[in-house]
Design a protein. Structure first.
Ligand SMILES: Cc1cc2nc3c(=O)[nH]c(=O)nc-3n(C[C@H](O)[C@H](O)[C@H](O)COP(=O)(O)OP(=O)(O)OC[C@H]3O[C@@H](n4cnc5c(N)ncnc54)[C@H](O)[C@@H]3O)c2cc1C
Ligand code: SF4
Length: 330
């Protein structure tokens, strides 16, 4: 690990000022950043500890919107009683992530920015072909171990999955990310995460020195009737093999689907909104048959490799199961 300078910021403005070079990283819970520093993926010259910034750990659940401070801990948000009632999929996406210890430490801003678990990217020796880590060096996963890799959104440069659960729920329900740098701006979660294309090292819309201050979700009926389903190799402390955040709103007749939201985790290079399935559902009767038929479109455009082809079969199943759970709340 490279030696680094440490500063503790007392306000957002000073954090942004201290964080304004490419060699600086904000330190929140540290559960991802410190891991990556230990395996030399991240080699910052300076850490700016943001954990003491005031007022950024609040969770506010109102009738029209939910606002989550970027320094709120995952466990606080997961267990917030109003959030559980208003946004079940959001709470579930956090409960099903990591371990109790990590959720107590990790923050919501850091959670969004966690980096891929691709073993080549995290290789301690660093002597591997990995375009995300060393641009232009190739992608060892394409012909190597790729069982956990993406079937949606990959390129010839990178097929690493985005690993987070919460961002999947955020993308499904039109979440917004509040960012401060020189100026303040608000980015749609769906536009925030990037597909790898030929620049897999650029993972999101943040520029150097920009800081996430809050995350916002509009409160909709689909969010109230929502579910997060996570399929993984073991039942806790494991990343998704495939997951779905789904929500439904029915017309006043109680039978016709008025609105549907679905995003996938664990299968795409970024949280993957599946609008084709949403469009297949809207206006149709809310039956299991309709849901299963629509869900069959969920893997359209997939590019599987032999080791991860099972995800193409899994995708329609997780979508259908998540929607069927959501129907119970609609
Ligand atoms: C064993 C293990 C299992 C896990 N399992 C899961 C899982 O199943 N599902 C899941 O979703 N996650 C999982 N995680 C990931 C975990 O949720 C993240 O490590 C955690 O959320 C990161 O938050 P943090 O506050 O510790 O971020 P940090 O490690 O402090 O920061 C992460 C990155 O975000 C930057 N950053 C932090 N806050 C801000 C901000 N406000 N603005 C701008 N930049 C910022 C940092 O500079 C750094 O680059 C797991 C982690 C481990 C170690
Ligand atoms: S999949 Fe992406 S992160 Fe993994 S080795 Fe290839 S380029 Fe690197």
């Amino acid at each position: 690990m490279r030696s680094f300078a440490y500063h503790r910021a007392s306000g957002v403005a000073s954090a942004i000022q201290l964080g304004s070079t490419d060699e600086t990283r904000f330190l929140a819970g540290g559960t991802n950043l410190v891991d990556l520093m230990k395996c030399n993926v991240e080699r910052p010259a300076t850490l700016v500890d943001v954990t003491a910034l005031p007022g950024l750990d609040q969770v506010d659940v109102g009738p029209a919107r939910i606002r989550i401070g970027s320094l709120a801990r995952m466990s606080t948000v997961a267990d917030h009683p109003d959030l559980k009632a208003t946004a079940p999929a959001v709470s579930e996406s956090l409960w099903r992530a990591a371990s109790a210890q990590i959720r107590n430490m990790a923050t919501m801003g850091g959670n969004l920015l966690q980096r891929t678990r691709c073993p080549y990217f995290r290789d301690e020796s660093g002597n591997v072909s990995c375009n995300k880590r060393n641009p232009g060096s190739g992608c060892a996963a394409l012909s190597g171990v790729n069982r956990n890799h993406a079937v949606l959104g990959g390129s010839e440069f990178c097929i690493a999955t985005y690993p987070g659960d919460f961002a999947t729920a955020l993308v499904a329900f039109d979440g917004l990310i509040h960012v401060r740098g020189r100026d303040s701006r608000v980015v749609k979660a769906n536009d925030f995460f990037r597909s790898p294309g030929s620049t897999p090292h650029i993972e999101n819309d943040l520029t150097v020195g920009e800081f996430i201050t809050a995350i916002e979700l509009p409160v909709t009926q689909s969010l109230r009737a929502s579910h997060y389903l996570k399929v993984r190799d073991r039942s806790s402390y494991e990343f998704a093999a495939a997951s779905a955040a789904a929500g439904l709103e029915l017309e006043k007749d109680g039978r016709t689907i008025k609105d549907a939201r679905i995003a996938l985790g664990g299968v795409g290079t970024k949280p993957w909104r599946v609008r084709v399935v949403e469009a297949e559902l809207i206006g149709k009767p809310c039956t299991e048959d309709v849901i299963r038929r629509a869900a069959n479109h969920g893997a359209e455009g997939a590019h599987p490799l032999p080791q991860n082809a099972f995800k193409v079969t899994l995708i329609p199943r997780v979508i259908a199961r998540a929607l069927i759970e959501a129907v119970r709340l609609a």
